[in-house]
Write a new protein. Structure first.
Length: 240
C-alpha cells in the first residue's frame, strides 16, 4: 500500500520541510504527500516555501490544501484594506513581506507596504493564483484531511462554510467525530491540545501542527497498512 505522508503549518520553515522529507525518506513516485496548508507567515522563508510547495504539487503529484494564512496573504496583496492589513501583520505577515521584497518593510510605513504589495502582484502573480486555487480538503477511503477542522453542526461536513475548513477550533476538538473516517488537521498547535508539540492522537482525530514557526517542531505523519508513524524535525536549528 502506498505510504501517505501528511505535513501541516510549515509557515516559511523551508529548511525544516526539506529535512523532514529527507528524514521520512519521501519518494515522490511511491509516496503520496499531503500538505495541510499555512505555507507562509511567521517563519523566515515564505516565498521559497511557496516555490517548494508548487514544485511538489506540479512535478511530484503532492496534494496541497489551503490554510487561513495562505488565504489571508492573497487577500492582503490584492486588496490591501485596513482590516486585511491589520490581520496580516498581527499574525506574522511581516516575515512574509521580507521574504518577497528586497527592502525593509514595516506595518506603519504605508508607502513601502504598498510598494511591496505591487512588487508581489507584479512578480509573483503565479504564487497568488496557486494559493487561491488550492482545495479546502482531501478525502480518501480512510481519512479526511483539512487545515483546521470540521464544524460538528453540519450533518454533511462538505456543506460547512469555506471559512470553517481554515479556522475551526474548539468545538471541533471537543465534539465526537461522526464522519466514519479519521480527520487529520493542523491550524491548532498540538501543544495546545496535549501540552506537547508531538502529534496529538484522539478518537477519530489527529492534530499534526508541531508549531515549528514558534520554535518547536515540524511533524510528519505517515500512514501505511492501517498504522501510523511520526517523524519530527526540530526548530530553526534543525534538531531531529
Amino acid at each position: 500500500m502506498k505510504r501517505k505522508l501528511m505535513i501541516s503549518d510549515i509557515h516559511g520553515c523551508l529548511e525544516q520541510l526539506n529535512k523532514l522529507l529527507e528524514v521520512a525518506e519521501y519518494y515522490p513516485g511511491e509516496d503520496q504527500l499531503i500538505l495541510l496548508g499555512d505555507y507562509v507567515d511567521r517563519g523566515p522563508r515564505s516565498r521559497e516555501t511557496v516555490d517548494r510547495v508548487m514544485e511538489l504539487v506540479h512535478d511530484h503529484g503532492a496534494i496541497a490544501l489551503k490554510g487561513n494564512h495562505d488565504e489571508r496573504l492573497v487577500e492582503f496583496i490584492w486588496n490591501g484594506g485596513l482590516e486585511d492589513k491589520s490581520k496580516f501583520f498581527q499574525y506574522g505577515g511581516m516575515e512574509t513581506l521580507r521574504s518577497y521584497v528586497p527592502f525593509g518593510v514595516g506595518p506603519d510605513t504605508e508607502c513601502l507596504v504598498d510598494d511591496a504589495r505591487m512588487i508581489i502582484q507584479r512578480n509573483y502573480k503565479e504564487h497568488l493564483e496557486f494559493l487561491q486555487s488550492l482545495p479546502l480538503y482531501y478525502e480518501d477511503e480512510k481519512h479526511i484531511c483539512v487545515h483546521a477542522g470540521l464544524n460538528p453542526q453540519f450533518r454533511d461536513w462538505k456543506e460547512q462554510p469555506p471559512r470553517d475548513f481554515m479556522y475551526m477550533k474548539g468545538e471541533f476538538h471537543r465534539s465526537p467525530n461522526k464522519t466514519g473516517k479519521t480527520v487529520v488537521f493542523g491550524h491548532t498547535r498540538a501543544a495546545e491540545l496535549h501540552d506537547s508539540p508531538d502529534i496529538w492522537f484522539s478518537d477519530g482525530k489527529i492534530g499534526i501542527d508541531g508549531g515549528c514557526a514558534y520554535g518547536m517542531q515540524l511533524n510528519g505523519l505517515v500512514y501505511q497498512n492501517d498504522s501510523y508513524r511520526s517523524y519530527v524535525v526540530g526548530n530553526f536549528k534543525q534538531k531531529t
